[in-house]
Each structure stands twice: as structure tokens, then as C-alpha cells.
Design a protein around this ligand. Structure first.
Ligand SMILES: *Cc1c(COP(=O)(O)O)cnc(C)c1O
Length: 429
């Protein structure tokens, strides 16, 4: 006789049932996401084959890293995948913020204007621009002016105001943030992205269109560069590293601009020709190869979370059946206790550090306490299942990631179970 199946986790049978119902509701949304992932997997595979990726490319270099064939091949593959002329893809980028900083300082010069056309940028970019922080070498301190076109009250870009603002003579960079990050505005999908790019082009043909592509790559079939953006920038401990790259970032786009970014990353004159890869190339190639599939799992986890918690009566953003352009899901839990219980449950289901109990904590730069659940193979990697949020109205958590859908789904069930056990979720009605 076959051995009886084990349960492994104690989930209330009613919750398990609601989970199965939520999963069934997601069937169509899952099918769309899987179709995108299949397309992107073929795109990536074709680029690997086209560039003749081989074992010898994984060897890596030391010291200056001259003539690193693996590095050059990886960057050529990334350029092809993103429909770009060239790319920088390096473990030397310490974070997404560092990669974006390199691109901004790479192309902007004193007297230029940086114009954000999607409202206030992500928190960590603000000190880079000089919106806050002093004497830290911001763009502002180097004579680069910042201007911003606010989003409309519904959180969408203000095309009319953008058309006006971008005509400014000194506007050098039009900056777009694709993912909403930790806000409740809609993310910029590739239909809206195309409108933004056309609006900029029509009114200022010379402006450099730069896109913060963090959390976005591989969630749709095209990237902003294929719609006319000049540069896209992202992190390798998010989507593009596939959960395997240990650190790093990428910039892809126009060849002359990539060269400028490389001069900023290394030195004027040396640019892309230096930067040893140590032992990181195999992980970066493998991560990129897996990325479309891992992103698919993360998006499915987000969709499942939206269906499950939406079904339990919480406000979720976006809803489970809405088109996605990033891996972020917010859930408004309505109270501090709800947020804490949710994060405790997510942490309990992490493959690493499951025994840690998250608590709200003061964080530098935040007005209110913040709670975070993360148990990842790479410190801070948010392509791995994680959840966090500031303890204030509307008491929302932002969750993202999930290296596999099955473990991501488990994490969401454990989050709901934890809320049930803490008495903040009731299933009687
Ligand atoms: C994560 C993120 C960043 C910054 O990346 P880090 O790796 O955390 O420094 C910038 N912009 C957006 C939209 C992001 O999601």
C-alpha cells in the first residue's frame, strides 16, 4: 500500500479550501502569465544560443579583468534580450540604487535638468537626486537640477503636463519609474510606457529616456527599450538575477550611453574594458536563464495572494485578474496586528531563517515603524518571497517574490493561518 500523504504544515482546513478556490479563480490569469514566461524563456534561450554561450565563459577573471570573454558574452546576451545596442551587467553594482545612480551620474552633466515624469521617485533615489540629504555628493551638489511632473490624482501619468515640461531646453533626462514600488499608484505597463515614450519623443526628440526597470523585467513580452526607451536599469537580486545571481545590476540601451555609464562605473577611458568577474559569471548566466520562469512564479504568487486575501475581504492592489507589469502586490490589512501577524506567517514559511520572529522596528529615513518578513538565500533579495510595510494607515503590506509558485503559495497560506491564530482574521460568516 502506498504511504499516506503527509501534511507538513498545519493549515486550517477552511483556509486550505479557500486557497484551492482562489487558485481556481486564478486559472485564466495564470495562463496569461505562463504564456508570457514561455515567450520570454524562448527569447532568452535563443540569445544564449545565438551568442554561443559555453563552459569557458563561466571561468571568470581576476585583477583588471581585461578581455573577459564571459563578461562580454553575458552583456551581449543581455543586450539582445532587451532589444538594446549594448548592456552593462556586472556583479560590481552593489544594488539597484547603485546601478540607477551610475546611470544618472553617467549621462547627466552640470547645468542639465533631470525630469521625473512619473512623480516622486523611489525612496532610495531621493538622496541621489538631492531631494533630501545634504553634503553626500548628490546630483544637486554637482549642479544638476531636478524637476518633476506629478501623477494625476488617480496615480496615472499626466501626459499633457509631461508634453509641456519635457520641452524645457535643459531637460537632458526624462526619468520613468515602471514599478510603483511602495506606493499605491498603478505601475506603468508597456501600453502606458509606449504613450510616455511617444509623448517625450514628440516634444523633445533629444531627451534621454531612462527607465527604472526594477521589479519589471520579464513580466511582459517587451521591455521599454523595445518601445524606444534609451536606457533601462535594474537589480540582479530582483527579477533579472533569477534568484541565482548573488549580487549586481544591469543597464541596457543605447551604445553611446552605455559607454558613458561604464565610464562612471569604472573610469573615464577604461569603461567596459575592465572589471573582473571572479567566480560570479556562472551564477549570472544561470540566473538570467532561469529568470523568466522565476518571475512567472513570483507573479503567480502575487496573483494568488490577491485572490486569497481579496476573497477574505481585504483591499488588494492590483486585483488578481488585472494585467501585471511588476511582481509587487499590496494587501491592506487594516491594523498593525494584522500586518504583524501576516509577516510572522510569511517568515514562518521561509526556507531560511524560518525561526526568526519579525517585529515592527524604527528604520532610518522612515517616519513610522516598519515591519519586514524575509528569509532568503541572498540578503535582501526581493525576488525571493518577502513582505514589508510601514506601520501606518492604510496598514498595507507589500509582498513580492517567490522562487517557486508552490512555496510562494504556501507562504501566503501561512500568512493567513498566522492571522487566524492571532485572532485578526475570522472565517465565520
Ligand atoms: C528596489 C527598487 C529600487 C532600488 O533597488 P535596491 O536594490 O533596493 O537598491 C529602485 N527602484 C525601484 C522601483 C525598486 O523597486
Amino acid at each position: 500500500m502506498e504511504q499516506a500523504e503527509q501534511k507538513f504544515f498545519d493549515i486550517d482546513p477552511r483556509l486550505e479550501q479557500l486557497g484551492e478556490k482562489a487558485q481556481q479563480e486564478c486559472a485564466q490569469a495564470f495562463a496569461r502569465v505562463e504564456e508570457i514566461a514561455e515567450y520570454n524563456s524562448r527569447k532568452v534561450l535563443a540569445a544564449f544560443i545565438h551568442h554561443g554561450v559555453s563552459e569557458s565563459h563561466f571561468a571568470g577573471t581576476t585583477g583588471y579583468g581585461y578581455d573577459d570573454r564571459g563578461r562580454e558574452t553575458l552583456e551581449a546576451v543581455m543586450a539582445e534580450i532587451t532589444g538594446s545596442e549594448d548592456a552593462l551587467m556586472r556583479h560590481n553594482f552593489v544594488s539597484g540604487t547603485h546601478t540607477l545612480t551610475t546611470a544618472l551620474f553617467g549621462v547627466l552633466r552640470p547645468g542639465d535638468v533631470l525630469l521625473s515624469i512619473t512623480g516622486l521617485p523611489y525612496d532610495t533615489i531621493q538622496p541621489v537626486i538631492g531631494i533630501n540629504g545634504e553634503n553626500c555628493g548628490s546630483l544637486k551638489e554637482f549642479g544638476i537640477e531636478y524637476q518633476q511632473v506629478d501623477l494625476l490624482p488617480d496615480g496615472t501619468p499626466d501626459l499633457g503636463a509631461i508634453a509641456q515640461a519635457v520641452r524645457g531646453e535643459k531637460v537632458k533626462v526624462a526619468y520613468i519609474q515602471r514599478s510603483r514600488g511602495y506606493s499605491l499608484r498603478p505601475s506603468i505597463n508597456m501600453t502606458v510606457m509606449e504613450q510616455l515614450i511617444q509623448t517625450v519623443r514628440q516634444n523633445n526628440p533629444k531627451a534621454i529616456i531612462m527607465v527604472d526597470n526594477c521589479y519589471g523585467i520579464f513580466t511582459e513580452k517587451v521591455e521599454p527599450t523595445q518601445l524606444g526607451a534609451d536606457l533601462i536599469i535594474g537589480s540582479l537580486i530582483k527579477n533579472a538575477g533569477g534568484g541565482i545571481a548573488r549580487t549586481g545590476g544591469y543597464i541596457a540601451g543605447r551604445r553611446d550611453l552605455i559607454e558613458q555609464c561604464a565610464y562612471r562605473l569604472t573610469t573615464p577611458g577604461q569603461g567596459k574594458e575592465v572589471g573582473c568577474t571572479l567566480g560570479e559569471l556562472r551564477n549570472m548566466f544561470l540566473g538570467l536563464f532561469l529568470a523568466p520562469n522565476v518571475v512567472c512564479c513570483a507573479v503567480k504568487t502575487a496573483i494568488f495572494a490577491a485572490a486569497l486575501f481579496g476573497g477574505l475581504g481585504y483591499r488588494v492592489n492590483p486585483p488578481y485578474d488585472e494585467r501585471r507589469t511588476d511582481i509587487i502586490q499590496s494587501i491592506e490589512l487594516g491594523s498593525e496586528r494584522g500586518m504583524v501577524a501576516f509577516c510572522k506567517g510569511v517568515q514562518r514559511g521561509a526556507p531560511v531563517d524560518s525561526f526568526v520572529v519579525p517585529e515592527p522596528w524604527e528604520m532610518p529615513g522612515y517616519e513610522s515603524k516598519v515591519i519586514m518578513a524575509a528569509g532568503a538565500f541572498h540578503l535582501g533579495a526581493s525576488i525571493e518571497l518577502s513582505a514589508d510595510g510601514p506601520i501606518r494607515e492604510p496598514y498595507a503590506v507589500w509582498m513580492q517574490g517567490g522562487l517557486t509558485y508552490f512555496t510562494g503559495k504556501m507562504g501566503m497560506l501561512l500568512a493567513a493561518q498566522s492571522m487566524l491564530e492571532e485572532g485578526v482574521l475570522s472565517l465565520e460568516n
